[in-house]
Design a protein around this ligand. Structure first.
Ligand code: HEC
Length: 236
């Protein structure tokens, strides 16, 4: 009996060694690491990091990567911005070197004839430009994180940033798509009251699916907007 137990323990020990050899565990910086249950593989968003999938791609999709410009089958001047590889290659992004990256140069160009997005589209805001800069400085990685927090959803914390990133590229400036402006609370709430905004983002029948010509918003973002609307769509 004892012998058998010894053998079993021996085998278990060997398996442990083998599994360690075959699946090297990535180095972890924290010292007191408690193992997480396998289901939690999410990477919570760190407020000091900029994430390509969460921050940069939606911005590019809404401001640049559409048909006729740099996406939806168009690649003006050879630049296509609808996915990570194309962004890195066709907009010549050099990790840690914003000044040497065409992408950054294009959005910060002072000559309005050369600056992207070109009129009638509004230039990126200073905040958006610095987000792109920070992403490049942080290594221009194809990173993502999970921020699906549906508690205490507010206009300023959740809804406004979602609209800013995903919609304002087309729905701002002097010639907004379909004449619809979505740049502040009042403009947004008009489209919420009419049912258009939620109809469009949740792809309800009778509405043009938004963002126009782009993948549907991540379900978590749609949920956050829905919760905010159900709570009275307040300017909170
Ligand atoms: C790439 C440009 C683009 C982006 C990004 C975009 N829109 Fe639009 N939007 C349009 C165009 C173009 C129309 C007019 C479509 C039509 O009528 O065929 C439109 C129409 C709409 C309408 C009216 C829909 C209807 O059925 O009457 C709403 C509401 C709207 N957009 C909201 C949004 C929201 C919210 C977002 C972000 C989640 C967004 N849009 C992102 C271009 C865009």
């Amino acid at each position: 009996m004892i012998n058998r137990l010894d053998k079993l323990l021996g085998i278990a020990f060997l398996l442990l060694i083998f599994s360690c050899k075959h699946e090297p565990i990535a180095p972890v910086e924290e010292t007191n690491v408690t193992p997480l249950p396998p289901v939690i593989t999410d990477n919570p968003c760190d407020p000091d990091s900029v994430y390509f999938q969460v921050d940069i791609l939606p911005l590019l999709r809404s401001n640049c990567a559409f048909s006729g410009c740099h996406g939806g089958g168009s690649s003006e001047n050879g630049v296509e911005l609808s996915n990570y590889n194309n962004v890195m290659q066709t907009a010549d992004v050099r990790p840690a070197d914003p000044e040497g990256s065409d992408l950054y140069e294009m959005i910060t160009e002072t000559d309005p004839d050369k600056r992207m997005p070109q009129p009638p589209y509004a230039p990126l805001s200073a905040e958006q430009i610095s987000m792109v800069r920070k992403w490049i400085e942080q290594g221009a990685k194809n990173n993502s994180c999970d921020n699906c927090d549906t508690t205490n959803v507010t206009f300023s914390k959740n809804v406004q940033p979602i609209i800013q990133k995903n919609c304002q590229g087309c729905h701002s400036g002097s010639n907004p798509s379909s004449g619809i402006l979505l740049t502040n609370y009042n403009e947004i709430s008009v489209r919420v009251s009419s049912g258009e905004l939620f109809g469009a983002i949740s792809h309800q029948i009778g509405y043009t699916p938004m963002p126009n010509g782009q993948p549907k918003l991540n379900q978590c973002l749609i949920d956050q907007i829905e919760i905010w609307i159900n709570n009275g769509a307040k300017n909170d």
